[in-house]
Design a binder for this molecule. Structure first.
Ligand code: 5GP
Ligand code: ZN
Length: 114
């Protein structure tokens, strides 16, 4: 989508601090980190949110979780653990309308969310 911030990051029109990339997904550090480790994993394909996951595109979510596990191992955060969050829509606190998974680590992430 031409007016989507994360599609522009995928296209390289807006720079990002890349953590991982393959043909289907991109991971990059969040511009406003909420924990010592805070990166986002997104599908390269534009999907608005987790409310738009269907049988036709759910394979990308499985792939994203494979990628998260791989990055977590590479970053050495698997043992202490991490939080994976996807905000959906207004009440879910989503501010960028392109599906993304936050991965937060490096401190004890509180629960429940605010
Ligand atoms: P949401 O609020 O939609 O769950 O998460 C959007 C996230 O994208 C926020 O954590 C925000 O800091 C991050 N973000 C917004 N604009 C940019 C940007 O231009 N570059 C990067 N790396 N992160 C961004
Ligand atoms: Zn997009």
């Amino acid at each position: 989508m031409s007016d989507c911030l994360f599609c522009k990051i995928v296209a390289g029109e807006i720079p990002s601090d890349k953590v991982y990339e393959d043909d289907k997904v991109l991971a990059f550090n969040d511009i406003d980190p909420q924990a010592p480790v805070h990166f986002l994993v997104i599908p390269k394909e534009h999907i608005k949110s987790s409310a738009q996951i269907t049988a036709d595109n759910s394979h990308i979510v499985a792939h994203i979780f494979e990628v998260i596990a791989k990055i977590a191992a590479d970053k050495g955060i698997s043992e202490n653990g991490f939080r994976v969050v996807t905000n959906c829509g207004k009440d879910g606190g989503q501010t960028v309308g392109h599906l993304h998974f936050h991965v937060l680590a490096g401190r004890n992430i509180g629960w429940p969310p605010g």
